[in-house]
Design a protein around this ligand. Structure first.
Ligand code: OGA
Ligand code: MN
Length: 222
């Protein structure tokens, strides 16, 4: 599918490359339920977002992520990342560039795939060396926000990531088959939150990303 998307990319003639990219992302998503896409934002914006993530981590502005139901001691065995939620009013121009492109994407999801996305929640994530996130689904089966997450997105920020560094996103396509995706700078992964089990493999380097969820509605209780 990814190869397919690249092939289409070479055949599209347009003066608006950004819009063409989004059209192809939407097309792959509608065919497969997931898409892996390189160079979602420029290298300079990605580098700035990476620096910002490491800065906030270094300044202790990120906290150990939670999974919901269990205590902190058990948490880190399940999920090792540190996060900080992003505010759409953030004055950082690179964060604004991220939100702008995500909103363009959101509009296309609604217009072309009728997804009825109403909001976006995002956080920066930093996995310390050895940190992982065990196999899970992004839709919870409990709580006030259960099932509002429709589409998961992860944008990776890590320069010069090698296969040997680990830290793959393992995306299960069914019970047996999976894709291992390296968290390399500028790569965007989208998948339907209800459909794809996934996990983060432990890495030999710190691993930075922006995770986002396109949500259909808030506060539905199931
Ligand atoms: C998550 C998640 C995957 C990744 O934050 O829920 O699954 O590759 N992240 O960072
Ligand atoms: Mn997840």
């Amino acid at each position: 599918m990814h190869a397919n998307a690249r092939w289409y990319n070479r055949t599209v003639i347009t003066q608006n490359k950004q819009q063409a990219d989004i059209d192809l992302i939407i097309q792959s998503l509608s065919e497969n339920g997931y898409v892996v896409w390189d160079n979602f934002l420029s290298a300079s914006i990605i580098a700035a977002l990476r620096d910002e993530t490491h800065k906030r981590y270094g300044n202790h502005n990120m906290r150990a992520a939670k999974t919901g139901l269990i205590n902190q001691a058990q948490q880190s065995a399940i999920r090792g990342d540190h996060i900080t939620w992003l505010d759409e009013q953030d004055e950082n121009s690179d964060i604004q560039a991220y939100f702008k492109k995500m909103h363009t994407l959101k509009d296309m999801l609604n217009q072309q795939l009728f997804m009825n996305i109403q909001s976006l929640e995002t956080h920066l994530a930093l996995y310390p060396i050895g940190g992982a996130y065990l196999r899970h689904l992004d839709q919870f089966s409990y709580g006030t926000n259960a099932k509002s997450r429709q589409l998961s997105s992860i944008l990776y920020l890590n320069s010069n990531w090698q296969a040997d560094d680990g830290g793959e996103l393992r995306l299960y396509l069914d019970e047996i088959d999976y894709l291992d995706i390296l968290p390399a700078a500028g790569k965007l992964v989208l998948f339907l939150s209800a459909n794809f089990w996934h996990e983060v493999r432990p890495a030999k380097r710190e691993r930075a990303s922006i995770t986002g969820w396109f949500r259909s509605r808030d506060s539905l209780i199931f």
